[in-house]
Ligand binder design. Structure first.
Ligand code: ATP
Ligand code: MG
Length: 650
């Protein structure tokens, strides 16, 4: 592709970044400013202008989905063979490749979760824990490994890091040591050891280093604010003494410091590479001005090192709907209302694929799964077992490969459906969570066959099998035509037209165990990540009680302060009425009218009746001006007293 064509669709700063093809480059910018877009174009530009070949590039992303999206964009830009992978996937490939010649013997088995081995290790130390306790302990061991703290140094390291260990530090250290021993004895590899071992293989074996460095000459790392010391170690091993590395990130989106990541690798990048090109982007291309206002407001009170680098986002897109703030009596009511709103959005033409429900903890997912199912809305849960690892998918891929010919006259999509039907792909989704998940996976494969057939008319079963092989190799899961349910952590880097941020109560966001200022700040950044996933439609909600009739002891999240209307009950009514097409606003304060709508009133009962048209116009102008200045949504309610005071002056 002509290099100049690759630069089309970039703004001047993004172009600067894309054109800086050599040497260290750092892009520091807020959410939705086109960082990922800029680096993707930068790679394509470097390839198109002959600076590197596609095979010499290694692009590292945070999730397999992000890697898949980047590969898709690179394909469109004429660089389909560039490797875009997660740190883990890249490391696994290198380790498997070099294992026979460097280490020899049976390859270790990669474990997705530590829980089982940690459980056995705790048992061997005579420590009994419930599942939550085990999970906390596994996370703690993960933190220690990521920050390269050995079991013998653990006790000192927790004190130094100011961390609260999940149990007595000497006990954690004992279990940690037992865990490592068991893991090695059984030839198991967790994610941390995978990265550490790969880095060691490169640094300790000059021949391996030579091979790896000959192959990869050009590195790009997205979401660099959440890089942890082990990932940095591996990146340094890849680089050696070279400096063709481009990193991008947003310190305000650091959401993994609890797990040992640190934004200082990003913010201090220039200290390590004083000649680095540093690019800052401020234009937000993703979200409407209404969403951007909430995003900027969400960080207004942010504190700590990450906040020092913050730059306010400037919206580029045209106006969209006001974000909604809704309060509910209880969680099932919240889930039901969200599901109904989603059904209405889909009815009015929004694709289900373009809608997401985001929550703080995976345990919040079930209520939404149920409510969406009750409303006949298809959905998919992110962050569950990796797609190609799911048993039903392994079986389906095997069967499809075995099928590779069939009735030649039958269209590919129909053929694939026929093959998948006996495996559980019924016409409609079945009841029950497990059956439904299985069905969704198979439906995603059927959808992939349709996509392949649409892209390449006349595609055969052989073409489909080849597509599957390529996707299995790169862990590129197909998209499912359904609403995404995801935790805020799993949502980073992604975007949807409509985003529902649910469960926004104290105790959930910030999560109950976020006690220190640093922890609360990380929760605030999670909130920011959630808000900035929305392109157009943003709905924020919370419930006062857990279950119907329960004690209404929950409070709205502190992160909503200054963003939400003073009277949330009205807001919830308002969105409900808007859904039903019944919303009427007070002509004076701009707030929605509830019962008043039924009585055909055009002002709140609280607002003065004696204002003339001209004064009303001036009040309206004042209100939008103030809202803009204070960065609050325009429908924030102003009290009668404020209005009267203002009316004296405007
Ligand atoms: P995040 O911090 O959430 O990862 P980001 O900075 O990586 O965000 P991108 O995902 O690259 O942002 O871009 C956000 C959206 O804006 C995408 O839909 C992208 O296609 C679009 N976009 C980026 N730059 C431009 C541009 N110059 N013109 C038009 N659209 C753009
Ligand atoms: Mg991005």
């Amino acid at each position: 592709m002509d290099p100049d064509r690759v630069l089309e669709g970039l703004d001047p700063e993004q172009r600067d970044a894309a054109r800086s093809v050599r040497g260290p480059v750092c892009i520091l910018a807020g959410a939705g400013t086109g960082k990922t877009r800029a680096i993707t174009h930068r790679i394509a530009y470097a390839v198109a202008s002959g600076v590197v070949t596609e095979h010499q590039v290694l692009a590292v992303t945070f999730t397999t989905r992000a890697a898949g999206e980047m590969r898709g964009r690179l394909r469109d830009l004429g660089a389909p063979r560039v490797q875009a992978r997660t740190f883990h996937a890249a490391a696994l490939r290198q380790l498997s490749y070099f294992w026979p010649q460097v280490v020899g013997g049976p390859e270790p088995t990669l474990i997705d979760s530590k829980l089982q081995v940690v459980g056995r290790a705790a048992h061997s130390c005579a420590i009994q824990l419930d599942r939550t306790g085990l999970r906390d302990l596994a996370s703690e061991i993960e933190w220690a490994k990521v920050t390269q703290v050995r079991p013998s140094d653990y006790e000192k390291a927790v004190v130094k890091a100011g961390r609260t260990a999940p149990m007595a530090a000497h006990e954690v250290a004992r279990v940690y040591e037992a865990y490592e021993e068991m893991r090695r004895d059984r030839n198991l590899l967790d994610f941390e050891s995978l990265l550490e071992l790969t880095a060691a293989m490169i640094t300790e074996h000059p021949a391996v280093a030579q091979r790896v460095r000959d192959q990869y000459r050009y590195f790009v790392v997205d979401e660099f604010q959440d890089v942890n010391p082990l990932q940095k170690l591996l990146l340094d091993a890849w680089l050696g003494d070279r400096d063709d590395v481009c990193v991008v990130g947003d310190p305000s989106q650091t959401i993994y410091s609890f797990a040992g990541a640190t934004p200082s690798f990003l913010t201090r990048f220039s200290a390590g590479y004083p000649h680095a090109t540093v690019v800052r982007l401020v234009r937000d291309y993703r979200s409407t001005p209404q969403v951007v206002r909430v995003a900027n407001g969400a960080l207004r009170h942010a504190r700590g090192p990450a906040a020092e680098h913050r730059i306010e986002l400037t919206a580029q897109r045209p106006d969209g709907p006001d974000p909604s703030f809704s309060e509910y009596e209880d969680e099932p009511a919240e889930a039901t209302s969200v599901a109904r709103k989603i059904a209405a959005l889909i009815d009015s033409g929004t694709s289900a694929r373009e809608i997401a429900v985001l929550f703080r903890t995976n345990s919040q997912s079930a209520a939404y799964e149920q409510a969406l199912a009750d409303n006949g809305v298809p959905f998919t849960v992110r962050g569950a077992t990796r797609f190609f690892e799911r048993p039903e998918i392994k079986q389906a891929v095997h069967t499809l490969r075995g099928a590779r010919h069939g009735n030649e006259n039958e269209p590919l999509a129909t053929l694939v459906r026929h093959i998948l039907t006996p495996l559980g792909l019924t016409e409609a989704a079945p009841e029950g969570r497990e059956a439904r998940e299985r069905w969704e996976s198979l439906a995603a494969l059927a959808q992939l066959a349709e996509d392949v057939a649409a892209e390449r008319p006349g595609a055969t079963m052989g073409d489909f099998a080849a597509e599957l092989d390529a996707r299995v190799a790169t862990e590129h899961a197909p998209e499912f035509e359904g609403v995404t349910l995801a935790s805020l952590h799993a949502a980073k880097g992604l975007e949807w037209d409509a985003v529902f941020l649910v469960g926004l109560t104290e105790g959930m966001l910030p999560i109950i165990y976020a006690e220190s200022d640093e922890q609360v700040e990380e929760e605030r950044r999670l909130f920011y990540v959630g808000v900035t996933r929305a392109r157009e439609y943003l709905a924020l909600s919370w419930a006062l009680a857990r279950s119907p009739g329960g004690r209404k002891s929950r409070k709205p999240s502190r992160f909503l302060d200054g963003l939400r209307p003073a009277s949330p009950a009205l807001a919830s009514d308002r969105s409900e009425r808007r859904r039903q097409g019944k919303v009427v606003r007070c002509r004076i304060c701009g707030n929605s009218l509830t019962e008043a709508a039924e009585r055909k009133l055009t002002r709140c009962l609280d607002c003065p009746a004696d204002y003339d048209e001209e004064l009303l116009e001036r009040l309206k102008a004042w209100r939008s001006e103030t809202a803009r200045e204070q960065n609050v949504p325009a429908f924030v309610i102003f009290t009668d007293a404020t209005l009267r005071a203002v009316a004296e002056h405007v």
